[in-house]
Design a protein around this ligand. Structure first.
Ligand code: COA
Length: 206
């Protein structure tokens, strides 16, 4: 099980013991998956996150992680990476290279959210920064993308804070704003984490 640690946070895969906290955060506070997600529905979604995060063939990279704040270990947010098919047009908005022959590619998309009472303290930047460092340094992925809404100022600011190149989508479709962060390229911003460690335990399934 991969655990990322920063100065203030722990980013780790979900476990089913998180269910009630995850329901409070994702469904009561954030409406992350729609307006009326009950505990049983959250249980199934949480199991999906757990299974994705445990998928060894992908380097255990996919799936939302729990973001916990020290020293209480309160669940304050989520962040993670999901596979998303990006069209040539979407990639063209960001000038992503043409080495793919102008075809769609499966990109790694960053997702993140914080409890509404935990914003404005840099926690999201710190958690996402840890994930980016891990993806780039340990797993050596080529690039990360984000898609968000035009009115989502918090998300767009975060994209820019971690060094993403961003562009508006002129076509009326989702995503309205896109961003890319290339591994080892000039558009890479400074490291956003103060300390990062990764632990691989042998405890098997999370
Ligand atoms: C996107 C989201 C996670 C951003 O949260 P956030 O609190 O703005 O981001 P951070 O936690 O990184 O905090 C950054 C802010 O804290 C401030 N800050 C305070 N202390 C800080 C510290 N020690 N270190 C860094 N920043 C600090 C920064 O200056 C910045 O403030 P600013 O926005 O006024 O410039 C949040 O808006 C959210 O959860 N939205 C709902 C979910 C969502 O839309 N997700 C994206 C889907 S695409």
């Amino acid at each position: 099980m991969l655990v990322l640690e920063t100065a203030r946070l722990i980013v780790r895969p979900f476990v089913m013991d998180d269910l009630e906290d995850a329901h409070r955060l994702l469904d009561v506070d954030l409406h992350w998956s729609g307006l009326e997600v009950n505990l049983e529905q959250r249980r199934r979604r949480l199991q999906f996150y757990i299974d994705l995060a445990d998928w060894a063939d992908t380097g255990r990279l996919y799936g939302y992680r729990a973001v916990l704040v020290r020293p209480t270990s309160r669940l304050i947010g989520i962040c993670g990476l999901l596979p998303r098919l990006w069209s040539p047009r979407l990639k063209g908005l960001l000038g992503m290279d043409n080495a793919d022959g102008g075809l769609a590619t499966l990109e790694l998309e960053l997702g993140y959210a914080l409890a509404s009472d935990q914003r404005g303290r840099g926690y999201a930047t710190e958690a996402v920064g840890a994930l980016v460092e891990y993806a780039f340094r340990e797993l050596q992925v080529r690039r990360l993308v984000v898609g968000t809404g035009r009115s989502n100022a918090g998300s767009i600011a975060l994209m820019r804070r971690i060094g993403m190149r961003t562009a508006g989508n002129p076509v009326a479709e989702w995503p309205e704003v896109v961003g890319v962060l290339e591994n080892g390229r000039a558009d890479r911003g400074p490291s956003t984490t103060t300390q990062l460690s990764s632990k691989n335990t042998t405890s098997g399934r999370v």
